[in-house]
Design a protein around this ligand. Structure first.
Ligand code: ADP
Ligand code: MG
Length: 393
């Protein structure tokens, strides 16, 4: 994955360069962008191309318009915000068919350094089915393709995979950073490598557990998935999240992994799934009528002691129900520890990233992945079609 060509490996001056960005930003009811992180993330690639005299044609999806024009999912507000950020006009090609007359005319009128933004690629039903015709239409606008949308790299769509069959395809800065940090952390880490896994379910993270167990020095398991492992050790789990179908699997994992797997030794339990519920801290069995919603103080200390030696940490999945303040301590303490740690720290997964940002520690980590599903598939050891489609060096 690290052997892919980047935008610096191709000539862009005077060329029409189609860039697949991730402009899937949240909008309020009036169409105002409420979080512009994804626009900020796209700027290094756009700035490089503008400075190097490319004709920059941007495209992205937004939301799920399901293959037809939905005005509330138009990319027009993004063009406006991009213009402000760039300090020059970004021409919005308002075309319900994405590559329509407006788009073609806008591209034909471009000079070096100009920027055009196409309409939401998911206005076309072909997009998510990777239908050849739409890929060819997109490609017809450009000479070179740059993929900078990591969030959709685990999907084979027209605008990230199909189009790459027609044009020289390379990675942008954002996608390269993802490949570099996630790739090195998992496949070429500075050791010891410690993974921290949490979140709600074993079932949704099975492939991650299996892939990471082969690679890590230690695997810390917290969050809701820990109770299935607890049950596998013969302990009672009360009303905690439990996937009975996976107890046997957890047993097998524990046998195979030996002391590689580190589990919580105590639990913050509550008598209701509610921030104001009564709580207590228990070791061993969880009493009937109570459910585990966070790791306990001894577990926090144990996990910190394991993390203290790490030189690379990959974290996916919160340690507890961090959305409720009374059960966010485990997650916040691990986040605070990682923020201070002299190690490469990589955070993947939508909720984990939200938790780290909620704790205000996002900029203290080496890398926060921009793709929830994509980073998970990366951690599962899968090849991502959007990255496979890029030219090899
Ligand atoms: P990510 O998006 O980072 O991959 P997941 O989606 O797997 O993470 O899991 C996140 C969810 O797991 C959060 O909504 C959190 O509340 C939940 N969770 C964590 N610990 C527990 C627990 N002990 N009981 C129930 N839910 C939990
Ligand atoms: Mg999630």
């Amino acid at each position: 994955m690290l052997n892919k060509k980047t935008l610096e490996d191709v000539e862009v001056r005077g060329k029409r360069v189609l860039v697949r960005c991730d402009f899937n930003v949240p909008l309020d009811a009036d169409g105002n962008i409420t979080d512009e992180n994804r626009i900020v993330g796209a700027m290094p690639t756009i700035n490089y191309l503008v400075e190097n005299g490319a004709k920059v044609i941007l495209c992205s999806h937004m939301g799920k318009p399901k293959g037809e024009p939905v005005p509330s999912m138009s990319l027009a507000p993004v063009a406006k915000r991009l213009s402000e950020k760039l300090g020059k006009e970004v021409v919005f090609a308002a075309d319900n068919e994405v590559v329509g007359e407006n788009a073609k005319a806008a591209v034909a009128a471009m000079a070096e350094g100009d920027v055009v933004l196409l309409e939401n690629t998911r206005y076309r039903k072909e997009e998510t089915k990777n239908v050849a015709e739409f890929s060819a239409e997109l490609a017809s606008l450009a000479d070179v393709f740059v993929n900078d949308a990591f969030g959709t790299a685990h999907r084979a769509h027209c605008s990230n995979v199909g189009v790459a069959e027609h044009l020289p395809a390379v990675g942008g800065y954002l996608i390269n950073k993802e490949i570099e940090f996630l790739g090195n952390a998992v496949n070429n880490p500075v050791r010891p490598l410690v993974a921290v896994l949490g979140g709600s379910k074993v079932s949704s993270k099975i492939s991650v557990i299996e892939n990471l167990l082969k690679k890590v020095d230690k695997l810390i398991i917290g969050g809701g998935m820990a109770y299935t492992f607890k049950a596998a050790m013969g302990q009672k789990t009360g009303n905690s999240l439990l996937e009975t179908d996976y107890i046997e699997y957890a047993k097998k994992m524990l046998e195979e992994a030996g002391d590689k797997i580190v589990l919580p030794i105590d639990t913050v339990v509550a008598d209701d799934f509610n921030n104001d519920a009564n709580t207590q801290i228990v070791e061993g069995d969880i009493p009937e009528g109570w459910e585990g919603l966070d790791i306990g103080p001894k577990s926090i200390e144990l996990f910190k002691s394991v993390l203290a030696d790490a030189k690379t940490v990959v974290w996916n999945g919160p340690m507890g129900v961090f959305e409720m303040s009374n059960f966010a301590k485990g997650t916040n303490e691990i986040a605070a520890m990682l923020a201070e740690l002299d190690a490469v720290t990589v955070i993947g997964g939508g909720d984990s990233v939200a938790a780290v940002n909620q704790a205000g520690l996002g900029d203290k980590m080496s890398h926060i992945s921009t793709g929830g599903g994509a980073s998970l598939e990366f951690l599962e050891g899968k090849e991502l079609p959007g990255i496979v489609a890029l030219l090899d060096r």
